[in-house]
Design a protein around this ligand. Structure first.
Ligand SMILES: *Cc1c(COP(=O)(O)O)cnc(C)c1O
Length: 403
């Protein structure tokens, strides 16, 4: 054979049985079959073998199993981003004439999906106030197929009574999908939030805690139900939702330290939230683990056993500080970077226009006892808390200068 052919069809096989803390990075579009019968009998559905890189490699199968364990689930599929994971249950489980319900404080892009593509497919949507379980009960119609749930609310951090909301859905016989990015599978078990109560489908942006690096986009869709998994897996295949092996490797590398990072960021978040609570510039600190947090009792009921909360909180500035001054505060920060996402090594800050954000779901702002004023959200990185506090003091000087 020519050397080029020999390089491509090289006969050497390394010895089997290599064992190391990390599994190998298996990269493939093409997967090779031993014979025609094996090729014809391919099974892309049950992880009994390999068909095509898009449908799984040893590397992706291992991450799926580990995320299923983290989420207390039976099945998991990986998606190329958290948003792709959020989109999957609605696309897989709903059809023309069905309706999805979203909390009025939903992760924004999930609402956008309902308002655009789902609407185009003849899937309608409605909103409910997650802090009022009766509001969910009265929003459910005979056409309601899927109810989306999330705690705490996106940006505004109010913590709903998740067991009460799930009980409403159970009584009405509708499917539930829960975005567990904040809890990450660590703060509570989303499949068992009370006796016989749990979400049917749980999604997570692995981009956040499971990655923890600020350098990977990935999501997961987990369930305990074989029938729902089969539907999700089919749509996952139809859409060609692949994930890259190097990204999977990065998440596998980070996963063993997820609880250490979660708890470190939680401690830092509570320390700074408590520091903010004493500052005269602030009308309100929105952190579910603080007694002043909206829905704190619901957080305590759900997460009291783990005593966990993500290192994520918002503050509402006193009404005497306008947007320009609050923007100057954000601009003056040096360690807190301006950027989206969270749970990475770097602390982040984002000023939000809550009135515009909630207008998307036709909800009023402020609501649920949150003070009026400019809102800023912080996510904790892994820097020393004292340095972050010094940074915030630097921002407050800029705030005062700009007022
Ligand atoms: C970040 C996030 C997502 C989306 O994740 P991406 O990987 O950025 O697409 C979904 N839901 C919640 C609650 C998130 O915080």
């Amino acid at each position: 054979m020519h050397p080029t052919t020999e390089l491509i069809h090289h006969p050497y096989q390394p010895p089997a049985g290599f064992a190391a803390p990390q599994i190998g990075v298996h990269k493939a579009s093409t997967v090779i079959f031993a014979n025609v019968a094996a090729m014809r009998n391919r099974d892309w559905q049950h992880k009994s073998g390999y068909t095509y890189g898009l449908h799984g490699t040893p590397t992706t199968f291992v991450l799926e199993e580990r995320i299923a364990t983290l989420e207390h689930a039976k099945h998991c599929v990986l998606a190329p981003s958290g948003l792709a994971a959020v989109a999957l249950p609605s696309l897989a489980l709903c059809g023309m004439g069905d309706e999805v319900l979203l909390p009025s404080n939903s992760y924004g892009p999930n609402t956008t999906l309902a308002q655009t593509d789902l609407a185009r497919f003849g899937i309608t949507h409605g909103f409910y106030d997650p802090m009022q379980p009766e509001s969910l009960a009265s929003a459910i119609t005979p056409r309601t197929k899927l109810v989306w749930l999330e705690v705490p609310g996106s940006i505004s951090m109010e913590f709903a009574d998740l067991p009460a909301l799930l009980a409403v859905c159970k009584a009405k016989g509708v499917l539930t999908a829960f975005d567990n990015t904040w809890g990450a599978g660590l703060a509570f078990n989303a499949f068992e939030v009370g006796a016989g109560l749990g979400a049917d489908v749980v999604v997570q942006a692995l981009t956040k805690f499971p990655s923890g690096g600020g350098d990977v986009l990935m999501g997961s869709v987990c369930t305990r139900r074989d029938d729902l998994h089969a539907q999700i897996k089919a749509t996952h295949m139809h859409l060609g939702y692949g994930v890259g092996a190097n990204d999977v490797e990065a998440v596998l590398r980070s996963l063993p330290s997820i609880a250490l990072r979660y708890d470190a960021q939680d401690r830092a978040g509570r320390a700074l939230a408590e520091w903010w609570a004493k500052r005269p510039e602030i009308a309100q600190v929105l952190h579910p683990a603080l007694a002043s947090g909206v829905g704190h009792a619901h957080w305590k009921a759900l997460c009291g056993a783990s005593n966990r909360a993500a290192g994520l909180f918002s503050v509402v500035f006193d009404a005497r500080y306008g947007q320009a001054a609050v923007d100057a505060f954000c601009d003056a920060l040096e360690l807190f970077k301006l950027g989206y996402s969270w749970a990475g090594p770097m602390s982040l800050v984002v000023p939000y226009d809550m009135v515009a954000l909630r207008a998307q779901s036709k909800a009023a702002w402020p609501a649920n006892g949150v003070a009026a004023g400019c809102l800023v959200r912080f996510s904790m990185g892994l820097e020393a808390v004292e340095d972050l506090q010094t940074d915030l003091e630097r921002g407050l000087e800029a705030l005062r200068r700009a007022t």
